[in-house]
Design a protein around this ligand. Structure first.
Ligand code: ACO
Length: 714
C-alpha cells in the first residue's frame, strides 16, 4: 500500500523549490516561478539555478542543498538527462513530493531511467508526480505550480488528467466555459503517484464539489476501482475515458476476454462505481458545471415547460435517453399550469404554453414547479418568438433560477434562437445559470444529476463471497503447473467446480473398458464419453466424443472407437482415459466467466451461452467484487433475461442458483491468484428449484497470477 498520509502537501505545500528556475521569459522554469508567485501562494518559494542571483525578484539558490529549510514540493524543470541527479538531491534532502515536469521518459521508451528515478526517490521516502506533467494548481492554497495559465478561474471543479496537453487546453476551456476550478493536477506517466492517490485527497477537499478525470489507461485496476467507488459516495466523479475502440489484439484465450472490447468492460465497471462517464469534453464540462451547483433532487418527477411543441418533443426524447422521469398526474398539472396555458396549448407534460406566451405566463409556469411538492425538477425550454421580448429573457431566467435554488429544486434551461438568445446564454452562463442552446445538452445534465443521486440512494458496497475450498483448487493448479500446463484439463476444471460448489454433470474418468461400464452404470444412462488427453484439444475433430450412449454394449463400442480414432488422429497422443459424463438435459444455456483483466483486475461476466455466444455477444461485465444484488442486475441487463424469467408459459428458471454461480466464479477469480481465466459455457439452467449444470469448464492458470494478455501487454 502506498503511503497516503502526506498527499495534502502536494496540493498545500508549506515550501516549494523549483529546480531549473529561469529568469528567461518563455522558459518553463520561468513560467513555474511566475505562476507560483503571481498566484498569491503564501508559502516559501525557493528558485534553484546554478547561477544563483534573483529570479522574478526572489532569491535563487545554486543548489537545493544551499536552502536552509524543509521543502515540501520540488518542481523539476531541467532536461531529462539532468533529472536523475536533481531528483537524487531533492530526495536526499527529504523533499516530500517531487513533481517532474520534464518529458523524455517512459512515454518515449525510457522506462529504465524513469524507474531508476522513482526507485531512488521512494527509497528516501519522497513521492514522485509525473514525469511528463504540467504541474499542480490548488485554489485552497493559492498554489499554481503549472507552467500554463497564470490566472486560473476559481470554483468547485477539480480536474485530474493523464494528458498534459489536454489538461492545459482544459484550463483554457474552463475560462471560456465559466467553469471555476478548485484544483487541477496532471499525473503524466504516473510512475509513482497515480489518479487514485490524487483522488483520495481531492475528494475530501472542501472547495471541490465535482471531480473530472481524464484517463487513457488504468494501471492498478483493483485499487482504482476501490478508490473511485469510495469517492462517488462523497462527490460526483465525471470520467472521460478514451480508448473506446476494440482491443482486438487482447489474448483471446477465452470468451471472457474476447467477447467485448476493453471499453465495454471499462464502461460497465465505471457504472458499477457510480461514475458518470461522459462521451466528450463538452458533455463532461457541462455536467461538472451543473453538478457543482445543482441541489440534490427530492424525488423523480420532472416537468418540461415550453413555448414550442417541437422543442418539447425533443426534450421528451432526451428525457428518455438520459433517464429523467416525467410527472404524469393530470389533475395536479392542470391545477398548476392551466392559468398560464391557452386552450390550444397542452397541459400534458411537456406543458406547452405556446408561442404566444408572454413573460408573465412564463414566470408563472417556471415558478410553480419550484414551489410544488409534486414536482422535483424543471426543464425549461424557450423558442424565440415575436411576442416574447427577448430582452426580458435573461432577467426572467435569472429570477426563476433563483427561485429554484431557494427551494432546492434542480432546473435546466434550453433556449433556442438568434442573437439576443445567444446574448442571454453568454450573460447567464457567466453567472453560472445552467442555460444551454440545445434541449439535449440541458437534459443530459439533468440525467447526470439523477444518475448520480439514484446510484447513491441504491448503492450497496457490500461484497458477497462464496465459501470455496481454496486449498483444493490450489492443489489442482500445482498439478497443472507441475505438468507445465497453462490450462486445466476437463477433469481438473470439474475439480475446481466441485471445490467451489458449482453443480456439474456427474462424471468420472475410466482408465479401462471395465471402469467405463461401471461408471456409466453408476451415473445412469444416457451418458456421453470423451477422450481425456492433453495432446488433443479439439476432441470432436479427433473423433474423441460419443454422445447419447444408452447401454453397456454401446459403452463398449464407443470406448474402442474413441481409442482407435484418437490414435489415428495423433499416434503419440498421451491418453489419460475416457471421461464418462451424464448426458445433460436441455435447459437455458448461459455463459459465466471471469478473468484477470490487465487494466481492471479481476472481472466477472455472464450472458447468453452455448454455441451462439460469439454471434449474440449478449454478455455483461463487472469488477469481481460484487454482491448478489449486483449479480441479479447483471442478469437483468442481458437481452436474454426474459429466457430466464420464462417465455411463452415456461416456468421461471433457477435465477438464484445462477446468482450463486456468478458469486462463486467471482470469488475464485478474486481469491485464487494463479487462475487467470475461467469460462463455464454452457451453464445449463433448469426451472426454479432444479438448479443448473456447469457443462463445460475452461480454466487458464499462470505462475504469477499474470494473464497471458497482461504478459503480452507489457
Ligand atoms: N539545477 C538547477 N537548474 C539547472 C540545473 C541544475 N542542476 N542545470 C541546469 N539548470 C538550469 C538551466 O541553466 C536553465 O536555466 P537558465 O534559463 O537560467 O539557463 C534551466 O535549468 C532549464 O534548463 P534548460 O537546459 O534551459 O532546459 P529547457 O528549459 O530548455 O528545458 C524542460 C527543460 C522544459 C524540462 C524540457 O526538457 C522538457 O522536458 N520540456 C517538455 C515539458 C513538457 O511538455 N512536459 C509535459 C507537460 S504536459 C504536456 O504534454 C504539455
Amino acid at each position: 500500500m502506498k503511503d497516503q498520509s502526506e498527499m495534502n502537501l502536494l496540493f498545500e505545500p508549506r515550501s516549494v523549490a523549483i529546480i531549473g528556475a529561469s529568469s528567461k521569459p518563455g522558459k518553463i522554469g520561468y513560467s513555474v516561478v511566475r505562476n507560483i508567485k503571481q498566484g498569491g501562494y503564501a508559502g516559501k518559494i525557493y528558485p534553484v539555478n546554478p547561477q544563483g542571483g534573483e529570479i522574478l525578484g526572489i532569491k535563487a539558490y545554486p543548489s537545493i542543498n544551499d536552502i536552509d529549510d524543509n521543502i515540501d514540493v520540488a518542481s523539476i524543470t531541467v532536461p531529462a538527462k539532468l533529472t536523475f541527479e536533481a531528483v537524487k538531491q531533492c530526495a536526499d534532502k527529504g523533499v516530500k513530493h517531487i513533481q517532474i515536469i520534464t518529458s523524455g521518459f517512459s512515454e518515449i521508451g525510457e522506462v529504465e531511467l524513469e524507474k531508476k528515478i522513482v526507485d531512488y526517490a521512494r527509497s528516501r521516502g519522497s513521492r514522485v508526480l509525473g514525469p511528463n506533467i504540467f504541474g499542480v494548481f490548488s485554489a485552497s492554497s493559492n498554489f499554481n505550480s503549472t507552467f500554463s495559465a497564470t490566472d486560473i478561474m476559481r470554483g468547485h471543479v477539480a480536474i485530474l488528467t493523464q494528458s498534459g496537453a489536454l489538461g492545459i487546453a482544459m484550463i483554457g476551456k474552463t475560462a471560456i466555459n465559466n467553469m471555476g476550478l478548485s484544483a487541477i493536477v496532471s499525473i503524466g506517466n504516473k510512475a509513482d503517484i497515480d489518479e487514485a492517490d490524487c483522488l483520495r485527497y481531492i475528494v475530501n477537499q472542501e472547495e471541490t464539489k465535482v471531480i473530472l478525470m481524464y484517463i487513457e489507461g488504468i494501471k492498478e485496476g483493483e485499487r482504482f476501482i476501490e478508490t473511485v467507488r469510495a469517492a462517488t459516495k462523497i462527490k460526483p466523479v465525471v470520467v472521460i475515458k478514451t480508448g473506446r475502440s476494440k482491443r482486438g489484439a487482447m489474448a483471446a484465450a477465452s470468451h471472457t476476454g474476447s467477447l467485448a472490447g476493453a471499453d465495454e468492460i471499462t464502461d460497465a465497471i465505471l457504472k458499477q462505481c457510480g461514475v458518470l462517464r461522459s462521451e466528450n469534453l463538452e458533455e463532461g464540462f457541462n455536467w461538472c458545471k451543473f453538478l457543482a451547483d445543482a441541489p440534490a433532487p427530492k424525488g423523480p418527477n420532472g416537468v418540461i415547460v415550453t413555448n414550442g411543441g417541437g422543442i418539447g418533443v425533443m426534450a421528451t426524447d432526451a428525457c428518455e435517453k438520459y433517464g429523467v422521469e416525467l410527472y404524469d398526474d393530470q389533475a395536479v398539472l392542470k391545477e398548476i399550469f392551466a392559468p398560464a396555458t391557452p386552450d390550444f396549448g397542452s397541459l400534458k407534460n411537456p406543458i406547452d404554453i405556446t408561442g404566444g406566451a408572454d413573460s408573465a405566463a412564463y414566470d408563472l409556469v417556471l415558478t410553480a414547479p419550484a414551489q410544488s411538492e409534486h414536482m422535483h425538477n424543471t426543464m425549461a425550454l424557450y423558442c424565440e418568438t415575436a411576442t416574447f421580448d427577448s430582452e426580458n429573457l435573461a432577467p426572467m431566467i435569472r429570477d426563476t433560477y433563483n427561485k429554484h435554488m431557494a427551494t432546492g429544486t434542480p432546473v435546466v434551461y434550453a433556449i433556442v434562437g438568434g442573437e439576443s438568445v445567444q446574448k442571454a446564454i453568454d450573460v447567464l452562463s457567466k453567472e453560472k445559470v445552467p442555460v444551454y442552446a440545445d434541449p439535449y445538452e440541458a437534459i443530459s445534465c439533468m440525467g447526470a444529476l439523477y444518475r448520480y443521486h439514484n446510484f447513491n440512494v441504491e448503492r450497496d458496497d457490500s461484497v458477497d463471497e462464496a465459501a470455496i475450498d481454496i486449498d483444493a483448487i490450489e492443489k489442482v493448479i500445482d498439478q497443472a503447473l507441475a505438468d507445465d500446463r497453462g490450462f486445466l484439463l476437463a477433469n481438473e476444471g470439474q475439480d475446481v467446480m466441485r471445490a467451489a460448489g458449482i453443480m456439474i454433470p456427474g462424471a468420472a474418468i475410466a482408465k479401462n473398458i471395465d471402469e467405463a461400464v461401471r461408471h456409466a452404470e453408476s451415473i445412469g444412462y444416457p451418458v456421453v464419453m470423451k477422450v481425456v488427453s492433453r495432446d488433443i484439444l479439439h476432441k470432436s475433430d479427433a473423433g474423441g466424443v460419443a454422445l447419447d450412449i444408452l447401454n453397456k454394449n454401446e459403452v463398449l463400442d464407443a470406448y474402442e472407437a474413441i481409442m482407435r480414432n484418437c490414435r489415428s488422429y495423433k499416434h503419440d497422443a498421451v491418453i489419460d482415459g475416457i471421461e464418462i459424463c451424464e448426458m445433460v438435459k436441455k435447459g437455458t444455456e448461459l455463459i459465466v466467466g471471469a478473468r484477470k483483466d490487465p487494466q481492471m483486475g479481476p472481472i466477472v461476466m455472464c450472458g447468453l451461452g452455448g454455441i451462439y455466444v460469439e454471434v449474440m455477444k449478449d454478455v455483461t461485465f463487472r469488477a469481481a467484487a460484487i454482491n448478489r444484488r449486483e449479480a441479479v442486475k447483471m442478469l437483468s441487463e442481458i437481452r436474454s433475461y426474459s429466457l430466464l424469467l420464462g417465455v411463452r408459459g415456461e416456468d421461471q428458471k433457477d435465477i438464484d442458483v445462477v446468482v450463486d454461480t456468478i458469486i462463486k466464479t467471482a470469488t475464485i477469480i478474486r481469491k485464487v491468484p494463479r487462475i487467470t481465466d475461467i469460462e463455464i459455457n454452457p451453464v445449463v439452467v433448469y426451472e426454479k428449484g432444479k438448479g443448473l449444470k456447469a457443462v463445460d469448464v475452461r480454466i487458464l492458470v499462470a505462475r504469477h497470477g499474470e494473464t497471458d494478455a497482461a504478459a503480452a501487454h507489457h
